[in-house]
Design a protein around this ligand. Structure first.
Ligand SMILES: *Cc1c(COP(=O)(O)O)cnc(C)c1O
Length: 389
């Protein structure tokens, strides 16, 4: 069992982050941090990463001007960064490719991952199939029942899916099982974590691989508009698409960074600082000091904590975080579909909803970039049922 706690010095974003995990795991993650430091600047590694992003993921993806939506809203020009056009339909694959390449460099012959709604599990299973590397996906039992189709998808792709019965049978329990597996099998197993959360060095690794989003969008917006955007808007679950969309603008103080979180899981706007899942972040706790169960219409945003760097960016005032209700997200889902012919993921719809509000407060000369983190095909059934009630 992972009981005794210890803390390392590095990997902090202000007071947030760190690594509050048992000794056995501490050693494994220190090795991971070393390997990442070695390879991230290695030209051959970078070349490999670029190759798969281009040839497999389909990057670079466009920065699309949402002309109809902009005209209808009035105010700032809204551009969409099209992560929805990536292979597997979302941003998660960027990080998966990067971490698998790192795993291979470290000599791992087996990948494990956690998944909640199944999206990270599917992205991991997809890339593991292509790299011909066996993978085991841990998923809470309750989640496997609610997302049976994603379980089938992962199995179709050749992954082994383990339904975790301990605890509440949800994401946290899947993470615990994956960490236990890692402690037992770290000599040949790599734990591929899916968001900008978890103990050091994961938040740093995930940001590094997702930063390709803003690396591209910055070049694209300068080409199209000749200036930086007034704001970049992204939805925030664990925070990986948002930190990737913000990364290359953090040092450009005139660019507002806006994170949209579900009003039903207001981690950033109402959370307190606490350690959950091995790192310190803003989080929602219940009266017993345990992570509070949350519910968002967008399964990918349904997480009681948030990445440490977001917690820090909020605390120092560099980024703003706002809440968007499930109703507003549903409206934005339909609005973008009708005006632009683009069906956004329900997660991304939170960012679209916020951008629609924000555009009206800015001038026609301003530009807003919305990170369209994923496509909404996966959500059409759910929206159908909701609208026909
Ligand atoms: C998983 C997911 C999210 C939320 O995760 P982050 O780590 O906060 O980016 C957002 N959008 C889509 C489409 C997702 O699949």
């Amino acid at each position: 069992m992972l009981r005794e706690q210890s803390v390392v010095e590095n990997g902090f974003f202000g007071e947030f982050g760190g690594s509050y995990i048992p000794e056995a795991l501490q050693k494994v993650l220190a090795e991971l941090a070393d390997a990442f430091d070695t390879y991230k600047d290695d030209p051959e590694f970078q070349e490999d990463f670029r190759f798969y992003l281009r040839e497999y993921v389909g990057r670079e993806n466009p920065l699309t001007f949402a002309k109809n939506l902009t005209e209808k809203q009035g105010g700032a020009k809204i551009y969409l960064k099209r992560e929805d056009l990536n292979h597997t339909g979302a941003h998660k694959i960027n990080n998966v490719i990067g971490q698998i390449l790192l795993a291979k460099r470290m000599g791992a012959t087996r990948i494990i991952a956690e998944t909640g709604a199944g999206q990270h599990g599917v992205a991991t299973a997809t890339a593991c199939a292509m790299f011909d590397i066996p993978c085991t996906i841990y998923m809470g039992k309750l989640d496997t029942e609610r997302q049976a189709l994603n379980v089938f998808r992962m199995e179709l792709l050749g992954a082994k899916v383990v339904a975790v019965e301990s605890g509440q049978g949800r994401l946290k329990d899947a993470v615990d099982s994956a960490l236990n597996d890692l402690v037992e099998n770290y000599d040949h197993t790599f734990y591929l974590l899916g968001s900008a959360v978890g103990p050091h060095p994961y938040p740093t690794i995930v940001k590094h691989f997702q930063a390709v989003i803003s690396e591209e969008s910055k070049r694209q917006v300068l080409e199209k508009e000749g200036k930086l955007p007034a704001a970049v808007v992204a939805c925030v679950g664990g925070g990986s698409n948002a930190i990737g969309a913000f990364a290359h603008y953090i040092d450009e103080p005139e660019v507002r960074l806006v994170g949209a979180e579900p009003a039903e899981a207001p981690t950033m706007t109402e959370g307190v600082s606490a350690v959950i899942h091995g790192f310190k972040c803003l989080t929602l706790l219940d009266e017993n000091g345990e992570p509070q169960p949350t519910y968002s219409i967008a399964a990918g945003l349904d997480y009681p904590g948030v990445g440490p760097e977001h917690s820090h960016l909020k605390t120092i005032g560099r980024a703003e975080y706002v809440t968007v209700s499930g109703e507003e997200a549903l409206d934005a889902f339909q609005e973008l579909s009708k005006t632009e012919g683009i069906i956004p993921a329900l997660e991304s719809s939170h960012a679209v909803a916020e951008a629609m509000k924000l555009a009206k407060t800015l001038s026609k000369d301003d530009v807003i970039i919305v990170n369209l983190s994923g496509r909404g095909d996966k959500d059409v059934n759910q929206v159908f049922e909701k609208l026909n009630k």
